[in-house]
Design a protein around this ligand. Structure first.
Ligand code: ZN
Ligand code: ZN
Ligand code: FE
Length: 763
C-alpha cells in the first residue's frame, strides 16, 4: 500500500473535476479524498503502486471536457487508515487564484435532454450543466459560485438542489443550474417593449422571423438582431435600419450538414464550428449561395455559426431550419446591447419584436470570429468562448502586470507568473459605453482573479483612452511602443524567446519619433527593439479623415511619386482635390506616416475600388477580395534606399505607385492590379527580411499587425519566407490586429521588470 498527495492546477474547478476524480478512484479501488483549494484540486489517494500510477495517467487522459490541466505534482506520504473515497468541501477561501471558464456551447447531453419529452427540462431554454452554459457573461464577482453570478436571485427548487449537491450528478456545482420551475423564463415584447401575451414566446418570435420581421434576441453575451437570411427584403431592411450599409452579417445554420449545403467546409473548419467556443467561422460559399445577396454583399466569404445556446437550438427548430442572420444588437459600431430596457431603448426602430429573459448578462461579450488560412487558425476576434482563458507564455512575470491595450479593438490583459489572462473584446474605446465597460470589466477581472497589479503597461500614444486610464491609476507605468507590442504579442503566443525580425504592418501606431508608424521592420526581443527598415513616409492629409477617405491617401501618394492620374482626378471634385493638395504642400494637418494600411487605402482608391469607406479597413479588405480570385501575375518595382548611418532603411514605394498609375491608364483589369499589389508587398516583406537576416544573422521572423488579417498577403508571405528558409511565426490564438496589443505589452513589461526589477520604468 502506498499513499500519494497530488495537486492538480489549471482550470479544474467548476468543471466537474472532483466527481471525475471520485469516479476514477472508485474504479481503481483507491481510498482517500479530493478537495478544492487555492492552488487547484488537492487529492490524496491510497492503493497499490500500479493502481496509483494508472490513476495519475488517467487524470490527464480522461479529464472532463472543460478542464485544462496546467500541472500535476505528486509525492509519496505515509499511508492512513480509512475506507472509501470522498469529496470534501473546499477550504474557506478555497476558490483558487485559478481560472474562470469562458462561456461554453450547449453540450450533447443537455441537447438530448432538451429534445426529450420525458426529461424534466424538455424544451427548457436555459438548460445547462457542469460541462456547458454561461460562465464569464454571468459572473459578478469572486469566488465563482451561485451567489456571485446573475443567477443569485433565482432560488433552486428541490430537484435542482439535489442535482447541484450530488457529487456524482452531472450538474454538481453547475452554478447556472435551473429548470422551468425555478429558473429564468422567456418573454416576448413588441417593438415598444410592451409584453406580448403568448403561450409560447419562442414560437411567437420564430413566427415573426418567418414572416420577414426583424427580431432582437437576448443571447449569451448581449443582444443579437435576427432575421430570415434567405429573405432579401428582411435582410435589406435590417441593413438600412441598422445603418450598416456593407459590413457582412453572420449566418446561423442549424448544423454542419446544412452549412455544408451552402459552403465549402474543410475538416479544420468543421472542428472550429463544432468546438465548444462555437465561434463565427468565415467560410467560402458554394455556387448555390442559398442566402440573400445582401447578407454579405460582394464578400467572397460567409460568416457561419452554429447554435450555441438552448434558445438557439429551439429557435432554429421553430423556424424550420431556415438560416438566420445573427448580428450584434447595436447601431453601426456601438457596443452590443446587454440589458432588456437598454436593448429596447437602443434597438427601437430596428427590431419589430424582442425575445428577452430575466437572467441578466453581466459581462458584455461579442461573438468570436475566426478562419482557417494556410492550414492554421487566423483569429479575427477572440471573445465569447475564449475569454478569459489565459495564454501560456514562455516567461515568468516578476510582478502582477495589467496591460491596457490600444484604442481600437480594445482588450486588456493580466499577467501573472507564466499566464496572461486576456479579456474579451471591448470594441472601440472612443465609444463611451465601450470605455465604461473597459473600466468596469478591468475591475471585475481584478476581483475574479484576485489580481492586484503592481505595474501598468500601456501604449506610447498619449491620447489613447487606455493610456489616460493607465496614467490615472497612479501605479508605476511601463510605456510600450505600438509595433513592438505587436511583435511581442506574436512572439509570446508562439513561445518565442530568441531575437526576431518583426514584420509589423498595420494601420497606425505612435512611433518613438512621434511619427505615425505602420509599415515596420523591427529587430529585437521582449526587452527592446531597433527599427531597421520602414515604408517611405507620406503625408496623411487631414489625419483621421484620411482613414475615412482613401482618396486623400491616393492623392498624397500621387504627389509624393510626382505623378498624376486622369482617371483618379475625374472622380474627385476639383475643389476638394485642391484643398488637399494645399494641405500636402504646406504640410498642414498632414502627419507623416509609414502606414501600410494607408498604402492599401491609397491603392484601393487609385484602382477605383473605393474612395470613401463606411467602416475601418473596408478599402483594404475589398482590394484583397478583388485580388483573391486572380492568379499570380507579376509585381511592381520598389527600392531599398541606402540608410544613412544609424538610421532605418527606407523602402521607396514611389516606383510602385508610378507603375500602378501606368496600369490604370492602360485600363488593366482592377483585379490584376490588386493582385500585383499584393505580390509586390509580399516580395518587399520577404526581401526586407532576407536583407536583415543576412546583416544581423537572425533567422526568425514574426508577422504581426492588422494588415496580416489579409489572408492573401499572409499566404503569399508565408510561402516566400518558407522558400527563403526563414522560420516564420504567425498569430494563431490572438488576432494580429490591435486586440493583441495588451498581450504584447504584458510580455514586454514582464521582460523589462526582470532586467531592472528595482527601477520604475518610464520611457
Ligand atoms: Zn450540458
Ligand atoms: Zn429547478
Ligand atoms: Fe496596430
Amino acid at each position: 500500500m502506498q499513499r500519494r498527495a497530488i495537486t492538480v492546477s489549471g482550470i479544474v474547478q467548476g468543471v466537474g473535476f472532483r466527481p471525475f476524480v471520485f469516479g476514477l478512484a472508485t474504479r481503481l479501488q483507491l481510498t482517500g479524498f479530493a478537495r478544492n483549494d487555492a492552488r487547484g484540486v488537492i487529492i490524496e489517494v491510497q492503493g497499490t503502486p500500479s493502481a496509483l500510477d494508472e490513476f495519475l495517467a488517467a487524470l490527464t487522459r480522461e479529464a472532463p471536457t472543460l478542464a485544462r490541466i496546467e500541472a500535476i505534482s505528486s509525492r509519496v506520504i505515509p499511508p492512513q487508515d480509512g475506507a472509501g473515497f470522498e469529496i470534501r468541501e473546499s477550504d474557506s477561501g478555497g476558490h483558487a487564484d485559478v481560472f474562470i471558464s469562458p462561456d461554453v456551447a450547449t453540450c450533447g447531453d443537455c441537447l438530448r435532454e432538451l429534445f426529450d419529452p420525458a426529461d424534466r427540462r424538455y424544451r427548457y431554454p436555459f438548460i445547462n450543466c457542469t460541462n456547458c452554459g454561461p460562465r464569464l457573461t454571468i459572473v459578478t464577482g469572486a469566488p465563482y459560485d451561485r451567489a456571485s453570478t446573475t443567477m443569485a436571485s433565482f432560488t433552486m427548487c428541490e430537484e435542482c438542489r439535489v442535482e447541484y449537491e450530488d457529487p456524482l450528478d452531472r450538474r454538481f456545482h453547475a452554478q447556472p443550474i435551473a429548470c422551468a420551475i425555478c429558473g429564468p423564463q422567456l418573454r416576448l415584447l413588441d417593438q415598444n417593449g410592451e409584453l406580448l401575451e403568448s403561450d409560447d414566446s419562442l414560437r411567437g418570435f420564430a413566427g415573426a422571423i418567418l414572416s420577414g420581421q426583424i427580431g432582437a434576441l437576448k443571447g449569451l453575451g448581449g443582444f443579437h438582431l435576427v432575421c430570415d437570411a434567405t429573405n432579401e427584403h428582411a435582410v435589406q431592411r435590417l441593413r438600412s435600419r441598422k445603418h450598416r450599409e456593407e459590413k457582412p452579417f453572420a449566418v446561423m445554420f442549424r448544423d454542419v450538414a446544412l452549412a455544408a449545403a451552402h459552403c465549402h467546409i474543410t475538416a479544420a473548419e468543421e472542428e472550429l464550428l463544432r468546438s465548444r467556443a462555437a465561434p463565427i467561422v468565415l467560410l467560402r460559399p458554394n455556387e448555390s449561395r442559398g442566402v440573400a445577396d445582401s447578407v454579405a454583399p460582394a464578400n467572397p466569404l460567409l460568416g457561419v455559426v452554429l447554435p450555441y445556446t438552448p434558445i438557439h437550438h429551439l429557435l432554429v427548430e421553430a423556424v424550420n431550419q431556415v438560416p438566420l442572420v445573427m448580428t450584434s444588437g447595436n447601431r453601426s459600431d456601438e457596443p452590443i446591447a446587454r440589458e432588456n430596457d437598454e436593448a429596447v431603448e437602443r434597438l427601437r426602430g430596428i427590431a419589430d419584436v424582442f425575445l428577452v429573459h430575466d437572467r441578466p448578462i453581466h459581462v458584455r461579450c461579442d461573438d468570436s470570429v475566426t478562419r482557417i488560412v494556410a492550414g492554421q487558425e487566423l483569429p479575427i476576434r477572440r471573445s465569447r468562448g475564449y475569454a478569459p482563458l489565459p495564454i501560456n507564455v514562455p516567461f515568468t512575470s516578476p510582478a502582477p502586470i495589467l496591460a491596457v491595450g490600444g484604442q481600437l479593438k480594445g482588450t486588456f490583459a493580466l499577467a501573472r507568473q507564466n499566464h496572461v489572462f486576456l479579456s474579451h473584446h471591448l470594441g472601440d474605446l472612443d465609444h463611451h459605453q465601450a470605455y465604461v465597460a473597459f473600466e468596469s470589466d478591468i475591475a471585475l477581472y481584478r476581483e475574479l482573479f484576485q489580481f492586484d497589479p503592481a505595474y501598468i503597461a500601456h501604449d506610447l500614444h498619449p491620447d489613447y483612452a487606455s493610456t489616460r486610464y493607465a496614467q490615472a491609476t497612479g501605479l508605476p507605468l511601463i510605456a510600450v511602443q505600438h509595433h513592438h507590442a505587436h511583435m511581442a504579442s506574436c512572439m509570446a503566443e508562439n513561445s518565442v524567446t530568441e531575437q526576431v525580425i518583426g514584420a509589423t504592418f498595420d494601420g497606425l501606431g505612435y512611433g518613438t519619433d512621434g511619427g505615425v508608424w505602420g509599415g515596420e521592420f523591427l529587430v529585437g526581443d521582449y526587452t527592446g527593439f531597433t527599427r531597421v527598415a520602414h515604408l517611405r513616409y507620406v503625408g496623411m492629409p487631414g489625419g483621421d479623415q484620411a482613414t475615412r477617405e482613401p482618396w486623400r491617401m491616393a492623392l498624397a501618394h500621387l504627389r509624393d511619386a510626382g505623378t498624376g492620374c486622369a482617371e483618379f482626378d475625374s472622380r474627385i471634385a476639383d475643389t476638394e482635390r485642391r484643398v488637399v493638395e494645399q494641405m500636402l504642400e504646406r504640410r498642414l494637418n498632414s502627419p507623416m506616416s509609414s502606414s501600410a494600411g494607408r498604402l492599401f487605402d491609397a491603392v484601393a482608391s487609385l484602382v477605383g475600388v473605393r474612395d470613401r469607406v463606411s467602416y475601418e479597413g473596408q478599402a483594404a479588405v475589398e482590394l484583397e477580395w478583388l485580388a483573391t480570385g486572380r492568379a499570380e501575375c507579376g509585381s511592381y518595382p520598389y527600392e531599398f534606399c541606402d540608410a544613412s548611418n544609424r538610421e532605418a532603411q527606407v523602402i521607396d514605394t514611389r516606383p510602385m505607385i508610378r507603375a500602378i498609375v501606368a496600369d490604370v491608364q492602360k485600363k488593366t483589369e482592377q483585379r490584376t492590379i490588386a493582385r500585383r499589389f499584393h505580390s509586390t508587398l509580399a516580395s518587399m516583406i520577404t526581401e526586407a527580411c532576407q536583407r536583415i537576416s543576412r546583416e544581423r544573422g537572425i533567422r526568425s521572423v514574426v508577422l504581426s499587425g492588422g494588415v496580416f488579417m489579409n489572408a492573401l498577403l499572409t499566404r503569399e508571405v508565408l510561402a516566400r519566407l518558407d522558400t527563403a528558409e526563414l522560420r516564420v511565426y504567425r498569430h494563431r490564438h490572438v488576432p494580429s490586429n490591435d486586440a493583441g496589443l495588451s498581450l504584447g505589452q504584458a510580455a514586454i513589461a514582464a521582460a523589462r521588470l526582470k532586467d531592472e526589477p528595482h527601477r520604475t520604468i518610464v520611457i
